[in-house]
Design a protein around this ligand. Structure first.
Ligand code: ADP
Length: 492
């Protein structure tokens, strides 16, 4: 899994880092612009505050001037203008309260409000009645008090204006600082983006280009015929896995090539052996014939020598016949119904006659018919029963059990011998493998070739009693199978 997505993961990580960088840059820009916007709004508000403070100072002066006019005129005719000026002062104070932020600024607005209330009270409660009474002394005293209050209001508005101005400076500095800071962050992020892109591209290129070059070099060596070449790749996990598959493929190719060479050699040796066997078969027959003939006429030591010649010639003929059996395929048209029980009984009788089953109890169980070559199947049974009897030895037992099941016929030859030694198991069916001093090692290989030529198999295993079991399986003859099916149908 990991190896399949290695490069994809790297690409994803690289692009993800770039996207993250761009997101961080955008976020920094958005936050900065919001903060600068807040600072500018604050500046605009405070500038409005400065303007209102100046306006208030002039409105208070106006209010005071209307008081002075009333004193000069000496009647109530100017009171209407005074009221307008006072209302203007109150309106400006209310607007300043909305702009003022923080305890100190609110305190200054409170002061202005209180002083302007005091100024109004002095005028309405003391100056106006004194003017109407014509009390000059009180008018002068109260006018002096009013002047002091106006000066205090002027001082308070000036202080408020100065505070607003200071706040404007702070907000401007803050905006400039944010601007500078954001600029640096953006420059750093935008410089990092191409660097990261370059790094990611280089890493991916290296993790692909290097292993591709290693793969190409390895493939070229293999193409030139060097099947021992191993491709060692480092980098992208997919390409490392590909190199491992290549190595496995080359190893399999090497194996197949070796097997091909071996089987080609074996086939050549087999053809040679079959040719030699064919050529010496007839001379051997002649030698055997003459040896037999001469032995009948001879007597004494000469007859014994001729017997040795006859026996050895017979052994040589057995080998030659085995080789010819291995090399000759069984012709299909020669197949005919074969009664396996009849063949088995006949084989046992012949082997007894030839004194090859001395003191061995041989039993046949079951029956079945197959389509095949009677002579070849007989040869298989001769080999199996003879081997079984030799393994069981005098006093031993051999059982031939013939059974038909599931569209196949099995002929199992069990013996009471020592069984097959584990070391011999793998080589049992190889031509010329024998553990017997007089053996040819061709019986089982010829028998398996015959079984396979019949569409069956010959296998070795263990008999329930501990001895060996050789099982010949053959396809059941179609006629018998149809009959068997009908019989089982009727029984049901
Ligand atoms: P041969 O009988 O000439 O040796 P085969 O091909 O018939 O040649 O047998 C090969 C070998 O298989 C024998 O030499 C023997 O070691 C082993 N073998 C065959 N049949 C049996 C058996 N029934 N029990 C134990 N070993 C057996």
């Amino acid at each position: 899994m990991l190896e399949r997505y290695g490069t994809a993961k790297r690409l994803g990580l690289g692009l993800g880092a770039l996207v993250l960088l761009l997101v961080a840059a955008s976020a920094a820009a958005i936050v900065a612009s919001a903060r600068i916007h807040r600072s500018l709004a604050e500046t605009v508000r405070r500038e409005e505050g400065v303007r209102l403070s100046l306006e208030l100072a002039s409105a208070v002066r106006d209010q005071y001037a209307h008081q002075a006019h009333t004193i000069i005129i000496g009647d109530e005719s100017h009171l209407r203008f005074y009221a307008e000026a006072h209302a203007n002062v109150l309106g400006l104070t209310a607007r300043l309260r909305r702009i003022a932020g923080g305890e100190e600024e609110q305190r200054l607005v409170d002061g202005i409000e209180a002083e302007s209330g005091a100024l109004d009270r002095i005028f309405r409660q003391s100056i106006v009645p004194a003017v109407l009474r014509g009390d000059r002394t009180t008018v002068q005293e109260e006018h002096g008090r009013a002047q002091v209050v106006v000066t205090r209001i002027q001082d308070l508005t000036r202080e408020l204006g100065a505070r607003f101005q200071a706040r404007i400076e702070v907000a401007r500095d803050e905006a400039a600082r944010i601007e500078r800071h954001t600029l640096w962050v953006l420059v750093a992020l935008l410089l990092a983006a191409p660097l990261i892109a370059l790094g990611v591209s280089l890493a991916i290129a290296r993790s692909i280009a290097t292993p591709v070059a290693q793969l190409t070099a390895g493939a070229a060596r293999i193409a030139a015929g060097d099947l021992e070449a191993r491709i060692e790749v480092t980098g992208a996990p997919e390409l490392v896995a590909l190199a491992q598959r290549w190595n496995a493929m080359t190893a399999a190719l090497r194996n197949h090539q070796e097997q091909l060479v071996r089987s080609e050699k074996l086939a050549g040796i087999g053809r040679l052996a079959a040719g030699v066997a064919h050529e010496i078969d007839n001379p051997l027959g002649v030698i055997l014939g003459y040896a037999k003939l001469l032995r009948k006429r001879a007597e004494g030591p000469l007859a014994e020598d001729l017997l040795v010649i006859e026996e050895e010639a017979l052994r040589a003929k057995e080998i030659v016949d085995g080789l010819l059996d291995l090399s000759r395929p069984i012709p299909a048209p020669n197949r005919e119904p074969v009664d396996l029980r009849g063949v088995a009984e006949d084989v046992i009788a012949r082997l007894r006659e030839a004194r090859l089953l001395e003191a061995v109890a041989v039993e046949v169980q079951g029956t079945a018919r197959v389509l095949g070559h009677p002579g070849k199947l007989r040869q298989v049974l001769v080999n199996l029963v003879r081997n079984a009897a030799e393994a069981a030895g005098p006093g031993g037992a051999v059982e031939v059990r013939i059974e038909e099941r599931g569209g196949a016929v099995e002929v199992a030859v069990d013996d009471s011998g020592p069984g097959i030694p584990p070391a011999a198991r793998a080589k049992l069916f190889e031509p010329f493998f024998t553990t017997k001093p007089q053996g040819t090692g061709l019986g089982l290989s010829v028998s398996r070739a015959i079984a396979r030529a019949h569409g069956g198999e010959l296998s070795a295993g263990e008999a329930p009693g501990g001895g060996a079991r050789f099982a010949l399986t053959l396809p059941a003859s179609p006629v018998d199978r149809a009959r068997g099916d009908r019989a089982s149908g009727e029984a049901a």
